[in-house]
Write a protein that binds this ligand. Structure first.
Ligand SMILES: Nc1nc2c(ncn2[C@@H]2O[C@H](COP(=O)(O)OP(=O)(O)O)[C@@H](O)[C@H]2O)c(=O)[nH]1
Ligand SMILES: [Mg+2]
Length: 221
């Protein structure tokens, strides 16, 4: 079959490169601030509906007793996720990106200014639901967690390799629905490890909390 490869062709290469370089600078600035304040930050990425907010709520619930946690919730327009996580009793800042399909280091920097960083030691950043755009925009977080769910079908991982390259941990969520979906979580796990052999892969049911302790161990938080 004839395939047209568009990956290397960017219409305005200079503009794209300077944008990414500026983002990297700001990400380094965010990292420096987080390190100064002794805050570990986790960038949580994944498709719309993969279970990012549900997983973050579970992580907060399990860690609340021993860690001081805050959450940045990224979304295009609403505050639905921030409201959901806020019910867990932690500091939440909503960042609305408008039309952008990812958070960037500049927006996260602005959110950090709004937070009492002296009062926390762990920060979860829920990125905008997307498996492509957030990959190229580091935020200054120490670790990246990618959430995929079995309801996204059997080819989700192989079709979106780049997002897994920098991931410390990949979560395969909604394992309770694997059989109904006809998707084998072991195959998804194999696909992740083929792309990134150093990633830790954990299977979860974020609704019940199954596997969430393993996610905490894998993130070393
Ligand atoms: N059955 C099942 N549903 C889940 C699981 N995790 C999340 N959900 C549901 O999937 C939907 C999307 O979850 P949400 O956390 O909002 O996804 P997000 O868009 O990635 O933040 C919600 O209705 C959740 O209740 C799971 O492990 N199993
Ligand atoms: Mg969400």
């Amino acid at each position: 079959m004839r395939v047209i490869e568009g990956g290397e062709e960017i219409l305005d290469i200079e503009l794209e490169e300077s944008l990414l370089a500026r983002n990297r600078e700001l990400a380094e600035k965010n990292r420096k601030l987080l390190d100064e304040k002794g805050v570990t930050a986790i960038d949580v990425m994944g498709s719309i509906g993969s279970g990012k907010t549900t997983l973050i709520s579970q992580l907060v619930r399990k860690l609340k007793g021993r860690r001081s946690i805050a959450v940045i919730a990224g979304d295009l327009t609403t505050t639905i996720d921030a409201d959901r996580i806020g019910r867990e009793g932690v500091q939440v800042v909503q960042v609305n990106t408008g039309k952008e399909c990812h958070l960037d280091a500049h927006l996260v920097g602005k959110a950090l200014e709004e937070m009492d960083l002296d009062a926390i030691d762990l920060l979860f950043i829920e990125n905008v639901g997307n498996l492509i755009c957030p990959g190229e925009f580091p935020l200054g977080a120490h670790k990246r967690l990618v959430v995929v769910s079995v309801t996204e079908g059997p080819y989700m991982v192989v079709k979106h390799p780049y997002i897994f390259l920098d991931a410390s941990v990949a979560v395969i969520n909604k394992i309770d629905l694997a059989e109904a979906m006809g998707v084998d979580p072991a195959k998804l796990e194999k696909d992740v490890l083929k792309i990134n052999p150093s990633a830790r892969v954990v299977r979860t049911n974020a609704l019940t909390g199954e596997g969430v302790d393993e996610v905490i161990q894998a993130l070393e938080i």
